[in-house]
Design a protein around this ligand. Structure first.
Ligand SMILES: NC(=O)c1ccc[n+]([C@@H]2O[C@H](COP(=O)([O-])OP(=O)(O)OC[C@H]3O[C@@H](n4cnc5c(N)ncnc54)[C@H](OP(=O)(O)O)[C@@H]3O)[C@@H](O)[C@H]2O)c1
Length: 336
């Protein structure tokens, strides 16, 4: 079996998970290189990794570069993705910088793996809240068509990076010790005993950038701009794994039983739907897993084609690292 030279860029919340996922899924690695802004040694699950400072020539001899650096102008992808491609690497980027570019495939393998074939060096991983919604809804869209989606999210602090996890832990510790938390905030608000409807920045029509990601990325992945999508994204004091209450209206009616059967057979989905026995997905039973968990599937009593689903997934794994590694697995599928 051919083995590949792989680079992981960024060793924050997603980058560290990327190292775990590559190992757990036994990705065929010849040489692994790990980069960030500064050189140091990090330890992940008892294993030491040498982190090198990233420069353009870091990508000489790299086959696949998994980017998990900060987004935006000074971020890793904007600064170095082009240099990586010029040196022959295929970039799989976790950030938002390239997701909506027409020549960059935006891929959730369970929904649109074939789009990978159209890449010109860069493939984008969607936003975490989009990925889990699309894994749950793509099979329903294929079967009966979806014309309307209204999503409300309950997003974990790990989705905002490693500094947000630290803020949360320290805020709760301060509360337990009867102290004020006065440090600079890594998120827009305090999070202990709080939730806030503000992820990303406020943008068109007073929706946040995170809310627009769910609209535009879902259209691109499902190749269907006609679906009417609207979202409210909310940060909650959960350490890891995002939850979403998703309302859909389908083109043709479908019963909750049929949706359950369909999703049970769908790749990457686990149905946990026995509410009378307290069985439904929660961050506590989905964190650390690679699948998307769906429960509380029920009819809208007022609308014949309306349905609710409760969808939970690990935002660092399926919402980021696992999805990126699955894209890499698809890339090498036909090359062994
Ligand atoms: N967290 C999630 O659930 C999630 C889900 C989906 C997508 N994403 C996306 O994944 C990316 C990483 O997120 P994260 O939560 O892991 O962030 P994070 O915890 O803040 O970590 C960012 C990492 O990127 C490195 N970095 C930043 N700029 C760099 C540059 N110019 N060159 C090299 N390395 C650079 C940092 O290096 P230093 O350590 O040296 O500072 C750090 O290790 C972001 O684009 C984010 O939007 C995150």
């Amino acid at each position: 079996m051919r083995k590949y030279n792989v680079a992981v860029v960024g060793v924050g919340a997603v980058g560290v998970e990327m190292l775990r996922v590559l190992k757990q899924r036994q990705f065929p690695i010849h040489q692994l290189k790990v980069f960030a802004r500064s050189r140091r040694v990090i330890e992940v699950d008892g294993e030491s990794y040498q982190v090198e400072e990233l420069i353009a020539d870091s990508f000489n001899d790299i086959d696949i570069a998994l980017f998990a650096g900060t987004e935006g102008e000074k971020g890793a992808a904007v600064t170095f993705a082009k240099a990586a491609v010029e040196r022959g690497a295929i970039v799989i980027d976790n950030g938002a910088d390239f997701r909506l570019k027409p020549d960059v495939p935006l891929v959730v393998p369970e929904a649109n793996a074939d789009d990978i074939k159209k890449h010109k060096g860069i493939i984008a991983n969607p936003n975490c809240s989009t990925i889990q919604m699309v894994v749950a809804l793509a099979p329903i869209h294929r079967k009966v068509g979806i014309k309307r989606i209204i999503a409300s999210t309950y997003q974990a602090v790990s989705g905002s990076g490693s500094k947000a996890i630290t803020q949360t832990e320290e805020e709760f510790k301060a509360w337990a010790n009867n102290l004020e938390y006065n440090k600079e905030l890594a998120m827009d608000q305090h999070i202990a005993f709080n939730i806030f409807p503000h992820i990303g920045s406020f943008s068109d029509l007073d929706y946040t950038t995170e809310e627009w990601k769910m609209v535009k990325e879902t259209h691109k992945i499902l190749h269907d701009n006609k679906i009417k999508i609207s979202a409210t994204t909310v940060r909650v004091p959960v350490r890891n794994a995002h939850s979403e209450a998703i309302y859909i209206e389908t083109e043709k009616p479908i019963s909750p039983e049929k949706v359950r059967d369909l999703l049970k057979k769908s790749p990457g989905v686990i149905v946990l739907d026995d509410p009378k026995n307290k069985v439904y997905p929660m961050p506590k039973n989905c964190s650390g897993k690679d699948e998307v968990f769906v429960g509380r599937i029920r009819k809208d009593p007022a609308v014949k084609t309306g349905l609710w689903l409760w969808v939970v997934a690990d935002n660092l794994r399926k919402g980021a690292a696992t999805n990126a590694v699955q894209i890499a697995e698809e890339l090498i599928k036909n090359r062994r």
